[in-house]
Write a protein that binds this ligand. Structure first.
Ligand SMILES: NC(=O)c1ccc[n+]([C@@H]2O[C@H](COP(=O)([O-])OP(=O)(O)OC[C@H]3O[C@@H](n4cnc5c(N)ncnc54)[C@H](OP(=O)(O)O)[C@@H]3O)[C@@H](O)[C@H]2O)c1
Length: 333
């Protein structure tokens, strides 16, 4: 099958268009013919080697963390899916590879594709929607009437997180630049801070939750937005000791992680704020709940650009500009 892969880690190096063997179907797997995939910042970080200690992949590695497609075969133990089903998924982190014509995914990680979406729209969702769900619903336990700041509201995660927070009934503030203000308002943001002309930490106060996806500076300033007892949840780092334990990192890596997050954890503690890092995980059951919200129209995908499969490297480069409005998708089938 055709695929885009990396043979070695290298910052900014292009993916190689290759012929790869078809993936092996395990007992609880479904084999999916991939119709569309989406590009995540994570793909670029993996290619650059930023995750090689946390996610030690064997190379060559087919990249790609999101898919929508049609089931073509199922393993002997599969109960919930059959050939012909239209599905979407973020495969388990150990079994990525959606920049390809086929992939095998454990049925626990997959869900039926929302009926009202195209394959491209569906492929734009799993990783970012699961991230938003795991931050806002699972970790923050966000409630109706609470105030949440979602940084980079026009980004892949932001466009879904705003809608999910709004669906929960929270009051939503977000940061973006002038060109995207109408977009984030249309998704349900109550307050929009233009990060190029305003300082969000001087405008927003007494928030319950902040979802940070930006740099260290933004992370530290976000402490000023939260009330005592509030939660600062970062998906862009620094990782914390709980994450290091969950990932079973070795002793020296655990010390590195502890030091990386020492400053923000200390600062947060002084203000009685709970700092945590979250790295999303594959979860078909949560994705099925997201499907329901999409089919009722509570959440809609935001697709910025669609690229043909052959132009996967251009799609990666576009995501790496950091200017995407929502998601960047690749049509495969
Ligand atoms: N830990 C996890 O599980 C997890 C999961 C998903 C993503 N992430 C991480 O989260 C980060 C964001 O991912 P993403 O997919 O949402 O990124 P993205 O789609 O590439 O974000 C692009 C958007 O960010 C906005 N932006 C850039 N700088 C900004 C700033 N200073 N203030 C406000 N908005 C700004 C841009 O708006 P303008 O054009 O207006 O600047 C653009 O619309 C990445 O580092 C990614 O690796 C982590």
């Amino acid at each position: 099958m055709k695929s885009f892969l990396i043979n070695r880690y290298g910052k900014g190096s292009p993916l190689q268009f290759s012929q790869s063997p078809e993936p092996e179907l395990r007992e609880n797997d479904v084999m999916v013919q991939i119709h569309a995939a989406s590009v995540n910042v994570l793909d670029a970080k993996i290619r650059d080697g930023e995750f090689k200690f946390v996610l030690p992949y064997r190379l060559p590695l087919i990249l790609g963390n999101d898919l929508a497609g049609v089931v073509v075969r199922v393993g002997a133990g599969v109960q919930g899916f059959k050939p012909g089903d239209a599905v979407y998924a973020r495969p388990n982190q150990d079994r990525i590879g959606t920049f390809a014509q086929y992939i095998c995914v454990d049925e626990a990680d997959i869900a039926m594709k929302p009926r009202n979406l195209t394959m491209e729209e569906a492929a734009s969702l799993p990783l970012v929607a699961l991230t938003a769900w795991q931050v806002l619903v699972e970790r923050a336990n966000l409630r109706k009437g609470q105030k949440v700041l979602i940084h980079a509201g026009s980004g892949g995660v932001g466009v879904i997180a705003i809608q999910l927070a709004r669906h929960i009934g929270a009051f939503v503030a977000t940061t973006t630049s002038a060109a995207n203000i109408d977009l984030v308002k249309s998704l349900g943001a109550d307050v929009v801070v233009d990060y190029k002309t305003e300082n969000f930490e001087e405008i927003l106060h007494d928030y319950d939750v902040v979802l940070n996806s930006l740099d260290k500076d933004t992370l530290e300033k976000s402490l000023r937005v939260l009330k005592p007892g509030g939660k600062l949840i970062s998906i862009s780092g620094p990782p914390d000791p709980v994450f290091a334990r969950e990932k079973s990192l070795n002793w020296s890596l655990r010390q590195v992680v502890r030091l990386l997050s020492l400053r923000i954890r200390r600062k947060a503690k002084r203000r009685n704020i709970d700092y945590s890092f979250l790295f999303m995980t594959a979860n078909g059951a949560q994705l099925a709940r997201i499907t329901a919200l999409i089919e009722t129209g509570d959440i809609r995908p935001v697709v910025d650009r669609v690229f043909p499969f052959e132009q996967t490297n251009d799609a990666m480069a576009y995501v790496e500009t950091g200017r995407a409005k929502g998601k960047v998708v690749i049509t495969i089938q």
